[in-house]
Ligand binder design. Sequence first.
Ligand SMILES: C[S@@+](CC[C@H](N)C(=O)[O-])C[C@H]1O[C@@H](n2cnc3c(N)ncnc32)[C@H](O)[C@@H]1O
Length: 418
Amino acid sequence: MSEKDIDEDWSFENLKPLETGKWTHNYHRYPAKFIPQLVEKLLDEYMVGKDGHIDDPFMGSGTTIVTAISRGLKASGTDINPIAYLITKVKSTPIEPEYLNDKINQLISKLNDSNIIPFITQNNIERINYWFTDHNKNELGKILRIIYEEEDPDIRDFYLVAFSHILKNCSLWLQKSTKPTRDLKKKPVEPKEAFRKHLLKMKKGNDEFYKIVPANVRENIQDYLNIKIGDARKQPVPDESVDLIITSSPYVTSYEYADLYQLSTIWLDLVEDQKEYKKEFIGTSHKKYENADLKSQTAKKIVNELIKKDEKTAKAVEAFFSDMEEVFNESFRILKHGGRCCYVIGNTKLLGVDILNAEVFAESLQHSGFKIDRIIKRKIPSKVLPQKRDEKTGRFTSAQKSNFESYPTEYIIIGLKE
Ligand SMILES: C[S@@+](CC[C@H](N)C(=O)[O-])C[C@H]1O[C@@H](n2cnc3c(N)ncnc32)[C@H](O)[C@@H]1O
């Protein structure tokens, strides 16, 4: 598969940030999110002029879901990360622009009220103290108090997404890093100003999105949007009800999504048991692994190669492929006959072993009953996904430090349920 030619039509090299971040797509940063144009092109090819139902088992920041809603299609999906769910919900729910404008103005006028008592959960206070200066902790606590006083849940969630987005800039988290690293020399930004500015940016995005979404969808959004905090192996939809799945799965032992969003989960107190929560993520190195009987021969070979290098890594990769086999079975269950699933994935290397994710996905999809309809190879011009992995650890690292390429290209594996 690595010999396959790159399809330039799918690389979208000349897009500007204004285009990839249009509508609500720039509400919140999210590592390894895909660009809306990729989803739009897949919808153009497979959903033209149809009423339809799109699903994404790994929603992340909701690129697929937002795009489906923008076209008046039903959208369902899951993400195990409660922040991903919140971001997706808010990004796909258009709010009447004048109403939102009034609400934001009211909120901004409250920000300078000095009598507000900060809302700071005591459950995670040690970690809040670790990441935030006292000044910013109090300022953020005041903003959160004002947010929680908002009665309209859609407006409150809109504010919470703005709040979650500014946390990194307001904290001691090393700015250039996606991984949790503290920078004691950092001058964190002033929360009130950052919050105000980001709300206004989001408002602009909402107003554009509102115009695009068909009126009947805006007015009955609950009939179109069906998303849950939950596992990719259990989609919230009946058998044979979905037309198209567009998704990008996590990569094995690369990003620990549970760690990346801890600033938001600690402030919003979203996770009861951090240790158990981390184990729910597919591709994590946090969980203990059982032996799995993998169906894909390529997957077995990769695991056997890795065992010679490091058993823990081998087990993590085995668990990843095994979990993904279950996700593919679930995709098969929910798709209508004639429906397709599109899995976006790149190959990589761990401990010197080629991790041929694309080959394994294609084989495993066939074991789940799919016919491989098409494989697209594309360049990844996006700056969001770091292009390099450290050869020793297999983790993403800065381009200068690593000694080989990681995901300069990726594949879209398209399976057809005949
Ligand atoms: C590559 S990201 C998806 C990005 C998305 N396409 C976007 O545009 O933002 C993979 C997602 O899988 C989620 N994930 C990891 N394990 C999961 C599981 N067991 N069930 C559902 N989602 C999971 C992560 O939280 C992460 O949001």
